[in-house]
Design a protein around this ligand. Sequence first.
Ligand code: 5AD
Length: 333
Amino acid sequence: MSMTREEILEWLTCADATPLFGRAREVRVRTKGNAVFLRGLIELSSICDRDCLYCGLRRSNAHAHRYAMADDAILACAAMARDLAFGTVVLQAGECARLWTRDRVAELVRRIKGETGQRVTLSLGERSEADTAAWRAAGADRYLLRFETSDRNLFAHIHPGAGLSGPHPRVDQLRRMRAQGYEIGSGIMLGLPGQTLSSVADDLLLFAALRLDMVGLGPYLAHPETPLAREATPSEVPVSAEFTCRCYALTRLLLPEANIPSTTALSTLDPERGRERGLVSGANVFMPNLTPKAVREGYQIYPDKICVVAPEADSLEALHATFTKLGLRPVSA
Ligand code: 5AD
């Protein structure tokens, strides 16, 4: 469905968005029925070459705990996803081409697909066309790369080295990967210092223009060991579960078929009800964390990151209780 910038801004700012949530739920039911897709998230490593102003894993954060998983440990996590009938694993890591070389990732993808039959989504940051081509040839199905904001000045400010000339580097990579045959996912953070409401409307319109297959978005949660946490610039965009859910609903209307996760950041902001609120506002995906306990704490993109952890039984039981309450049925995909 197409929407104008003005209509989007109206929904982002109106007093009561109840009709928006109702419409998003209708579209969700029409396109996805009562299915909810589970994706097993594996956080391969917290080592990062980049210095993004918002992220706890940034290179300059000397307090961050750094780890990197070995290939066999990653395979064991993927086997867990298979045993839990998730259907897909998401391999995510701090950006580090030295650690996650073209050949190593290609081999990992081949082994995961061959040994566990899981689909593979990669989320390894900004990488060359040759790298993503090799991973696609090895069998990678999808790639997640949030463009974070379509506001070029803000993007350049929070991503040292990004520059202002030429195309948005991440949007450019998304287009290249689409041409390589990936399903592509992107997304944004909400409530960044200096972020405007009209830029968020543009972000949502860009999701539609890119015809994204997956859209992940969540509130920006300040990490005390990062420069952005010390920045006094206000944001026009609220850091709230309500606002996040309005964006899920608008994304659902703009892209009826998209896979939209109820994100960890939303659950961190509203631990009691976040995941449920996401799933009734248009989201249809949930990503339990499969990262081994021993290293999980090290992946602190933002503080107090809550995680619904698999395969811990109590965590999964609570998750399934939420699905049952909402009339949703987990499906492998
Ligand atoms: N708060 C919320 N989300 C964050 N991310 C990174 N740092 C933060 C933060 N402080 C998100 C970014 C990134 C994804 C992996 O995590 O959108 O793309």
